[in-house]
Design a protein around this ligand. Structure first.
Ligand code: NAI
Length: 462
């Protein structure tokens, strides 16, 4: 592909990750001309260094566990070992196929792809290698990077971030995972399944602290059973290199040693040195501040994805990209409700949720206006076949709609599609209870929870 040399477009998009490329595709469908600029590969973090490769590792981890535990299903198999080269070839193959598909999708007349580092040099112009790309509208979609802590140097060898962890050519014999959020529990889960000795260090009082408290309790119980060590409630203080690895110290002086330390303390917005502030864009701790229509308040500049404060999730980026393209085309799309964005953590056990936690719902509506129901997967046939434990928890407004759905257990991520429809359509439990769920599926657990919440439980043990 020959590099274009500047020009004028309906939209100039800086960053071709989930948010940026979704905006480009929707804009092209709406007959708008687009320059889509990125210094690295199309697809960004999610495709190359995030969602897709980590989920491939998690799937390989599940196969390892199933092999190890096959005897309980009457199947005789021995887990001989993990061939990381083989796992990585499988993972890289998945990424390569999707990357090829995405390149095909973006190869169209309306979209001009520009490879290179762009900088906002005017309210309507991004410069790349001395060439100017001017847009009647500009969308900033520069994504995020793995954060570290002050004084904690990520060297990519012993102290690593998720992008390094994804490229390891071996299973570490032991690992410290700093941060018990989404990345932390997913990698802890993978490494444990692959045979590593894992310890999570989390400053907050519980793992996956953004989730409903009962979810955290169940994940912690499951991790204890899996012999994944974790220490919560004490912030990390320092790391030192030892002969064979690292030694981490947490508040109070306790230390943990391991071969590697994974830093998973959140992702920061990539907004420095890109000309944003010079053009008058408001940044707050590096995040781009927008209104609910994702407009920055400057010129015709919008922002989407991880640089906008809120959930840093690929599907939020997709939806925001589509929203802004439609907004520019004058379609007046409905603003996106952040609470309605489904969240899945693909650890074992898996966590899936949408809407408000019980605590947040009670804060927002008053404790006496909210009721909850927990359906234990113990009563769900398919979950028993899979030998998984967990629950589906519903939060509702009394005499009103469902405010939150929270699920934990094997494969619960697959149920979040129905859960998000229920939440976003503001369904009443009584309405959902009329709908038939196929037997035996894990979906039924959701159906049963709604039956119980509307006062007519079927397979519910109290
Ligand atoms: P996170 O915000 O989920 O978790 C970071 C954790 O580090 C927090 O629990 C925090 O309390 C802890 N922490 C911070 N400072 C600490 C300290 N000094 N000592 C000990 N613990 C400390 O961020 P994470 O896991 O790095 O993920 C980044 C983003 O990527 C998240 O927004 C997440 O939603 C997204 N992501 C989503 C995935 C999914 O949807 N399945 C998978 C992986 C990442």
């Amino acid at each position: 592909m020959s590099q274009p040399n500047g020009g004028t477009f309906d939209i100039v998009i800086l960053g071709a990750g989930s948010g940026g490329y979704a905006a480009a595709l929707r804009a092209a469908e709406l007959d708008l001309s687009v320059a889509l600029i990125d210094k690295a590969e199309l697809g960004g973090t999610c495709l190359h260094r995030g969602c897709i490769p980590t989920k491939a590792l998690l799937h390989a981890a599940e196969i390892a566990d199933q092999t190890r535990e096959s005897e309980q299903f009457g199947v005789k198999a021995d887990l001989v070992g993990i061939d990381m080269a083989g796992v990585n070839a499988y993972k890289d193959g998945v990424v390569a196929r999707l990357y090829k598909g995405l390149q095909g999708l973006l190869k169209q007349d309306k979209i001009t792809l520009v490879q290179g580092a762009g900088k906002l040099v005017a309210k309507d112009t991004v410069e790349v290698d001395g060439q100017r790309y001017t847009g009647r509208n500009v969308i900033l979609a520069t994504g995020s990077y793995s954060r570290s802590l002050p004084g904690l140097e990520v060297d990519g060898q012993r102290v690593i971030a998720s992008e390094h962890a994804l490229k390891l050519d071996r299973v570490p014999s032991s690992a410290i995972v700093l941060g018990g959020g989404v990345i932390g529990v997913e990698f802890a889960s993978v490494w444990k399944s692959f045979g590593a000795d894992v310890t999570i260090l989390e400053a907050l009082p519980r793992l996956v602290a953004a989730e409903d408290e009962e979810i955290s309790k169940t994940v912690e119980r499951a991790f204890r059973k899996r012999k994944i060590n974790f220490k919560v409630g004490k912030p990390f203080e320092k790391v030192e290199h030892t002969e064979n690895g690292v030694r981490a110290t947490i508040a109070g002086g306790e230390t943990v040693e391991a071969e590697v330390l994974l830093v998973a303390v959140g992702r920061g917005p990539t907004t420095a040195n890109l000309g944003y502030e010079q053009q008058g864009i408001t940044l707050d701790r590096g995040f781009v501040i927008t209104n609910e229509r994702l407009h920055t308040g400057v010129g015709n500049i919008y922002a989407v994805g991880d640089i906008v404060p809120g959930l840093q999730l690929a599907h939020r980026g997709f939806q925001q990209g589509i929203f802004v393209a439609e907004e520019i085309a004058g379609l007046k799309p409905a603003p996106i409700d952040e609470a309605g964005i489904p969240r899945v953590t693909y650890s074992d056990p898996e966590i899936a949720s949408v809407g408000l936690t019980e605590t947040k719902a009670k804060e927002q509506y008053g404790a006496d206006k909210v009721s909850t129901y927990n359906y234990n997967l113990g009563g769900n046939g398919k979950s028993q076949i899979l030998k998984t434990a967990g629950f589906v928890k519903l939060v509702r407004l009394n005499d009103g709609p469902v405010l939150g759905v929270h699920m934990v257990g094997a494969r619960m991520g697959e149920l979040v599609g129905e859960a998000q429809l229920i939440y976003n359509w503001e369904a009443f439990p009584e309405e959902v209870a009329q709908l038939v769920h196929a037997h035996p599926t894990q979906n039924e657990a959701l159906g049963e929870a709604f039956l119980a919440l509307s006062g007519k439980p079927l397979h519910a043990h109290s």
